[in-house]
Design a protein around this ligand. Structure first.
Ligand code: URA
Length: 431
């Protein structure tokens, strides 16, 4: 088949800071998905996009081209509106786990397509795989059955959904081209729009443990994604939230499931509960549901836990099986008394990753019990010798490198010193 463009002319145009035409974008995304464009050529184009950017028309067209590379799902057969949430990822960010069943318990349908951990950030599917028997991959029919029975499903995106993004994302991961707002926004939104949800709430993280450490960049990413959603007819809003400190008191797969169960039982750390309730209220509002039982009450009275147990069982999981526990653990203690002023999300995330909670390369098997328990957060008063962190791993040989990552991870000051951390919610952006 003769091709409409040559890729070198498109790479050169972006290198020289020209806008790409709709036709050029359609062709380049399609030709790469078909295998006509070599990885080294696409890498050059991605780097030119990272350096020179894209205007809003180019970003929309690039997103549409990625959607058109695969199937578009529909939930029109459901008797309730669909709403999804997406987080750009962080350390200890287990919010999807209590949130999806909670929002389902309050009356919406939640088709939650989730991912695996990348680098120091954890992945929802990896966390759920700590539950014996739980299955991440479902056919479209199985997904529909779970959502009809339970109101929520959390599973992996099928191979048919935005295949261009799968190929592009794998290439970006190994070519230093992940951190570009046009590429992140189009990658996330192509999957969410193709998933067919009627409304979407984005949790865009900022701080040391997030992709976008600067709140201004995070707000621009959020605005770009909200605009893409609006254009596609998906009611989209975003919260820019803190990821300078880990969320909750655990980072690691089975440790975070344990914390999720505490939240679903009406307890759990206050920041996890607060963010879960904020996002639940946003999701219900986005689809116009005024629940008879408030999300806060649905956590306390067991309604959300009932949906969780049903959903886990429907995906083959054994709710009553013990969760994996790491074979070894060590404690990191305070070397002075005073107020904990900082606790760095990136350092905790890297340390948990080195303990075996994350992968060094795609496809690697995780240690499901590995990770970090946090015993004090910024603002807490601590005493010399008090436990601050417990490190869990199956291999004690991992502890030295994990401890190295924690050098400077927390600081202790005087009881009157101000704590240095971002507010939980920094900005709210609506279309
Ligand atoms: N998550 C995605 O799905 N895509 C990106 O580009 C970044 C995070």
């Amino acid at each position: 088949m003769s091709e409409r463009f040559t890729v070198v002319e498109i790479i050169s145009a972006k290198r020289d800071k020209h806008d790409l035409s709709d036709e050029q974008i359609d062709w380049v995304v399609d030709a790469y998905t078909r295998g006509v464009i070599a990885d080294e050529q696409m890498s050059a184009l991605l780097m030119a996009i990272l350096l020179n950017g894209m205007n809003s028309r180019e970003i929309s067209r690039w997103t549409d081209a990625m959607i058109a590379s695969g199937e578009k799902m529909s939930w029109s057969m459901l008797d309730r509106p669909t709403v999804d949430k997406h987080s750009t990822g962080g350390v200890g960010d287990k919010i999807t786990l209590p949130l999806a069943p909670l929002v389902a318990a309050c009356g919406a349908a939640v088709p939650q397509l989730s991912g695996r951990g990348l680098g120091h950030t954890g992945g929802t599917l990896d966390k759920l795989e700590s539950i014996k028997g739980w299955k991440a991959s479902l056919s479209n029919n199985e997904m529909l059955k779970v959502i009809q029975e339970c109101g929520a499903v959390i599973c992996a995106a099928g191979a048919g959904l935005a295949p261009a993004d799968k190929k592009l994302y794998a290439l970006r991961d190994v070519t230093g081209t992940v951190e570009a707002i046009p590429l992140i926004a189009s990658s996330i939104m192509s999957k969410k729009i193709a998933e067919g949800t009627s409304a979407l709430v984005l949790d865009v993280k900022t701080g040391s443990g997030a992709f976008m450490s600067d709140p201004k960049d995070a707000a621009l990413l959020a605005r770009t994604m909200v605009d893409l959603g609006k254009r596609a007819g998906v009611s989209t809003r975003a919260l820019v939230t803190a990821m300078d400190v880990p969320l909750g008191l655990t980072a690691g797969n089975s440790l975070e499931i344990r914390e999720t169960l505490e939240v679903l039982a009406g307890g759990g750390p206050s920041d996890v509960v607060e963010l879960t309730l904020l996002l639940a209220n946003e999701m219900l509002d986005a689809v116009g549901i005024k629940p008879k039982v408030s999300p806060a009450d649905a956590l306390k009275n067991g309604m959300a836990m009932d949906v969780w147990r049903k959903m886990i069982k429907a995906q083959g999981g054994d709710n009553d099986a013990p969760l994996p526990v790491a074979k070894e653990k060590i404690e990191i203690k305070a070397d002075s008394s005073g107020k904990l002023l900082t606790l760095d999300a990136l350092k905790v995330g890297i340390s948990a990753w080195r303990l075996g909670a994350g992968r060094q390369k795609q496809g690697e098997v995780l240690q499901l019990g590995a990770g970090i328990e946090i015993h004090a957060k910024p603002g807490d008063i601590v005493k010399t010798g008090q436990k601050i962190l417990t490190l869990h791993s199956d291999e004690s040989a991992r502890f030295d490198r994990a401890k190295e990552a924690l050098v400077g991870a927390f600081s202790i000051g005087g009881v009157d010193d101000p704590i240095k951390r971002l507010p939980l919610v920094i900005e709210r952006i609506e279309g």
